[in-house]
Design a protein around this ligand. Structure first.
Ligand code: ATP
Ligand code: LTN
Length: 336
C-alpha cells in the first residue's frame, strides 16, 4: 500500500459492532456503501469489539461474532489491500486515546446522548460507565486516523457531533491536532424497516426473529420471513400513506434490484401481495447468495483471516500512533 499516493484522497473511517448477526438493514444501510467508497477514498474500517462490551457478551458467542463480522465484511467486498481493516481491540491506541478524550469530554455532554438514554433503559440492570463514555471511544476511533468523513446511520449523528466538539475543544487548547470530521450520511431511503413492525427500523437486537433478515439466513428462512411480512388490506403494490409494510418491501426491492419504486409498481400491477413477497424474497436471496458463498470460504480459512486482521492492525497502529504521540506531547507527557 503506497501511503504517498493515497494521502491525497480524503480519509474515511467507519466501524461496526459485532453485537450479533448482521442484518439486511446493516448491509443495505451501511456495509454495501462502505464497499463502494473504497476506490474514491482512503478508507479504514474496523470491527468495533471494544464498544460491544458496553452490553454484556457471552464469551463464546462474542468470539464467534467477532470472527463472523470480520469474515462477512470481507465477503461483502471490503478489500484489505485497498482499505486497512482491523479488529479494534488489536490496536491499543484506541483505548489510550479514549481515556485521554474522556478527560476532555463533559459529563453533561455525555448525559445528553440519546443512545445512552435508550440503552440504559433497555439494559437497566447494567448501566455501566462504559455505556456512558462510549462516545469518547468512538471519537478516539475517528480522530486517531484524522478522518475527514465518517459514514454512519442517522442514529450515530449525535455521536459524530460530539466527536467534532471534542476535537475542536482540544484544538482550541493545544493548536491544530485533529482533523474535524464530517458525517457522511447515505442517501435517504436506505433505512430498512422491521418486517413485523414496519414503522421501526430493522434491528439485529429485535427479539422477534421474523422481524429481521440476517445476512447469513438460509434461502428457506429468508423466503419464510418475507412471506410472513406484515402488509395491509389494499392489495395494491404501490407506495402510499399507511402502507408501511409494502413501502418497506418496495424499498428493499428497489435497493437490491436498482429499479425505481415506479418501475416496481408497474411490474406488479394487477398482481397480489403473495407474488410480490415471493419476488422480494427471491431477489434478496440472490443478492445475499454470492456473499454467503464467499463467507463460507473465508470462515473456514482461519489462517487467511488472521493474516488479514494482523496486517490491518499493524497498519492501523502505525498510523494511529502518530496522532497519539502528537496528542501526548501537546498535553505535556514525557516521551519514552
Ligand atoms: P442494534 O440492534 O444492536 O442496535 P443495529 O442492527 O441497529 O444494532 P448498528 O450496529 O447500530 O445496527 O448499526 C450498524 C450500521 O448499520 C449503522 O451504520 C446503521 O446506521 C446501519 N443500520 C442498522 N440498521 C439499519 C437499518 N435497518 N437500515 C439501514 N441501516 C441500518
Ligand atoms: N457506534 C457505531 C459503531 C462505531 C463507529 C465508530 C462508527 C464504533 N466506532 C467510529 C463510525 C466511526 C454504531 O453503533 N453503529
Amino acid at each position: 500500500m503506497s501511503e504517498t499516493v493515497q494521502e491525497k484522497k480524503k480519509v474515511i473511517f467507519s466501524a461496526i459492532q459485532p453485537s450479533g448477526s448482521f442484518t439486511l438493514g446493516n448491509y443495505l444501510g451501511a456495509l454495501r456503501n462502505w464497499v463502494k467508497l473504497q476506490d474514491e477514498y482512503n478508507c479504514i474500517f474496523a470491527v468495533a469489539d471494544l464498544h460491544a462490551i458496553t452490553v454484556r457478551q457471552d464469551p463464546q458467542k462474542f468470539r464467534h461474532n467477532i470472527m463472523e463480522a470480520y469474515a462477512l465484511l470481507l465477503a461483502c467486498g471490503i478489500d484489505p489491500q485497498k482499505s486497512p481493516f482491523f479488529i479494534q481491540s488489536h490496536v491499543h491506541t484506541h483505548a489510550e486515546l479514549a481515556w485521554i478524550l474522556n478527560c476532555y469530554t463533559q459529563f453533561g455532554e455525555l448525559s445528553r446522548m440519546t443512545q445512552f438514554k435508550d440503552k440504559s433503559q433497555k439494559h437497566a440492570d447494567n448501566v455501566n460507565a462504559g455505556l456512558f463514555t462510549y462516545p469518547s471511544l468512538m471519537a478516539a476511533d475517528i480522530l486517531l486516523y484524522q478522518a475527514d468523513l465518517v459514514p454512519v446511520g442517522i442514529d450515530q449523528k449525535q455521536h459524530l457531533e460530539l466527536t467534532r466538539n471534542i476535537a475542536e475543544r482540544f484544538n482550541g487548547v493545544y493548536g491544530k491536532t485533529f482533523t474535524i470530521p464530517d458525517a457522511y450520511i447515505g442517501k435517504a431511503g436506505a433505512k430498512i424497516c422491521s418486517l413485523q413492525e414496519p414503522t421501526k427500523k430493522m434491528s439485529k437486537s429485535d427479539e422477534n426473529a421474523n422481524s429481521w433478515v440476517a445476512m447469513l439466513d438460509t434461502p428457506d428462512v429468508i423466503m419464510k420471513k418475507f412471506k410472513r411480512a406484515v402488509t395491509d388490506s389494499e392489495a395494491v403494490v404501490r407506495v402510499g400513506e399507511g402502507k408501511d409494510g409494502i413501502n418497506n418491501l418496495i424499498g428493499i426491492m428497489s435497493a437490491v434490484t436498482d429499479k425505481t419504486p415506479d418501475e416496481i409498481t408497474a411490474e406488479f400491477e394487477g398482481k397480489g401481495y403473495g407474488d410480490f413477497k415471493t419476488a422480494v424474497g427471491e431477489a434478496v436471496v440472490e443478492t445475499l447468495r454470492p456473499i454467503q458463498e464467499r463467507y463460507n470460504d473465508y470462515i473456514k480459512n482461519k489462517d487467511y483471516l488472521a493474516e488479514q486482521y494482523k496486517s490491518g492492525a499493524e497498519f492501523a497502529l502505525r498510523l494511529s500512533q502518530r496522532t497519539l504521540s502528537k496528542v501526548m506531547k501537546k498535553i505535556g507527557y514525557i516521551a519514552k
